[in-house]
Design a protein around this ligand. Structure first.
Ligand SMILES: [Zn+2]
Ligand SMILES: [Zn+2]
Length: 139
């Protein structure tokens, strides 16, 4: 194994716990309507982690969502408390898309881009320099 730092997180009730090694490959804000619906918040902060670097304990349930392209996005959540934990997007093989708000320390990485700004709350200031009206990444 590597000596990269391990970052841990989990759901609201504690049934699901996870960890990943090293920094996320990408941290982004997603303003898509599906993230808004799932999170109950105006946007979702997501981090891409290599599948091989991600480990999880506890059980998740999966809602099979679909992005605009029609590609499947498996949204994993805790069946006890409902916290969204991660998304597995068919369009992003090999990557686990972690819901960064569930990290024990959620403030370590600012977002480098914003996706689906077309559906961003109009009152929200820009959070990243790169802002895309839509995205080919759906998570
Ligand atoms: Zn839970
Ligand atoms: Zn989204």
């Amino acid at each position: 194994m590597s000596t990269r730092p391990i970052h841990e997180g989990g759901c609201l009730c504690g049934q699901v716990r996870y960890s990943f090694a090293g920094d996320p490959l990408l941290v982004a804000v997603c303003h898509c309507r599906n993230c808004q619906k799932q999170s109950g918040a105006p946007f979702s902060l997501v981090g891409a982690v290599a599948d091989a670097d991600y480990a999880e304990s506890g059980e998740t349930r999966v809602f099979v969502d679909h992005g605009e392209s029609g590609a499947a996005v498996d949204r994993h959540f805790c069946p006890q408390c409902g916290s969204p934990i991660r998304s597995m997007a068919a369009a992003l093989p090999g990557l686990t898309i972690v819901k960064m708000g569930t990290l024990d320390r959620p403030d370590q990485w600012p977002p480098v881009l914003e996706a689906y700004c077309d559906s961003a709350a109009q009152w929200m200031p820009a959070l990243a320099q790169q802002r895309f009206p839509r995205s080919n990444i759906e998570a």
